[in-house]
Design a protein around this ligand. Structure first.
Ligand code: ADP
Ligand code: MG
Length: 317
């Protein structure tokens, strides 16, 4: 049976050109670039809570890193290093090989080096810490939205939630659309390039992991402002087989999309669209920030509704 150290050496020790010292010592040694601030975030995936215990390890390796990259994207930061802490029920080498493959494939695409972590026996639990850099004073924070800002969102909303509903038997999606939704659910693509490109022209940003209403709600609360959204502007995937209500519900309240929701002054529409086209990321203007608190949605019927700023909550659900 392989020891903990064999496993680390076999699966998680890679050359780390960007670090002074990586895996193998008591701690890693990193040097950040002059004029940059260090941006740090951590996110945990727990078996039975964030994924099914028989989930494909390759996609888990991807997703564990992707959700962390998404947090740095939402800060407008350049990801550089990661730490990986794993609790494993057993030393399943096939599982570890798949997990490492998914993790490193994404890490390589984003120039992220794995510089350390922890490995222990326990029920399956994957925790990644991500470190990156942003030019001093340029991070996209949640507390900087201002009345008059446009509210924007990248990509399409609700696909991951529709995929999950299909898996749970709550709806039936046509095959081609289902594949797309499941891909979004299991292997999200973090919007790192867009986040970085927005760091000069957006005021505030968040990644949509718990649902648009909840996540935009965090920006509004932290910034002390309100917002008005237009349902007709929301970027939804339209498929004939699902009801408009379900698509709208998933777009507003479904989690796991990992798109960016951001606010930018209306005189920055040009730079926002340039950032989007330069990074090949679709963006849609969905409303505006106003003084006050709370969020109204102008429905497809023209009615204005006050929305509850709630998404998925691990302790409430
Ligand atoms: P310590 O006993 O000092 O905590 P460990 O035995 O936990 O050290 O880890 C030995 C080295 O391997 C450290 O550099 C640690 O960062 C690294 N490491 C442990 N687990 C992982 C992992 N899953 N991925 C990457 N590096 C790891
Ligand atoms: Mg340790």
């Amino acid at each position: 049976m392989a020891s903990e150290f064999d496993l680390i050496a076999r699966f998680f020790s890679r050359p780390v050109p960007s670090a002074l010292l990586g895996v193998g010592d008591d701690a890693a040694l990193l040097r950040i670039s002059p004029g940059m601030e260090l941006v740090v975030s951590t996110d945990m995936l727990v078996s039975g809570r964030h994924f099914f215990s028989d989930a494909d390890p390759l996609r888990l390796g991807h997703k564990a890193l992707a959700v962390n990259l998404s947090d740095l994207a939402a800060m407008g930061a350049q990801p550089r290093w990661a730490l990986l802490s794993l609790a494993l029920p057993d030393a399943d080498e096939t599982w570890l090989a798949g997990f490492a493959k998914g993790f490193f494939a994404l890490a390589e695409r984003y120039g992220v080096d794995l510089v350390g972590g922890d490995t222990t026996r326990g029920s399956l639990n994957i925790s990644v810490t991500i470190l990156g850099e942003v030019a001093a004073g340029r991070a996209l924070r949640r507390d900087r939205a201002q009345p008059g800002d446009d509210v924007w969102v990248s990509g399409l909303l609700g696909c991951a939630a529709l995929g999950l509903k299909h898996m749970q038997g709550e709806c039936r999606l046509p095959a081609a659309f289902l594949a797309n939704c499941l891909n979004r659910l299991h292997a999200p693509e973090p919007r790192v390039a867009l986040g970085r490109a927005l760091s000069g022209c957006a005021h505030a940003a968040i990644d949509v992991s718990d649902g648009l209403l909840s996540d935009l709600g965090h920006i509004l609360e932290r910034s002390g402002v309100g917002a008005v959204l237009e349902a007709s502007c929301l970027p939804l995937e339209t498929v004939t087989d699902i009801s408009a209500d379900l698509a709208m519900h998933c777009a507003l309240s479904g989690g796991d999309d990992y798109e960016l929701c951001f606010t930018a002054p209306s005189h920055h529409r040009g730079p926002v669209l340039a950032a989007a086209s330069h990074t090949g990321t679709p963006v849609t203007r969905i409303g505006h920030v106003r003084a006050g608190t709370g969020l109204e949605l102008i429905g497809l019927d023209g009615q204005i509704r006050t929305m509850e700023l709630r998404g998925y909550d691990h302790f409430a659900n």
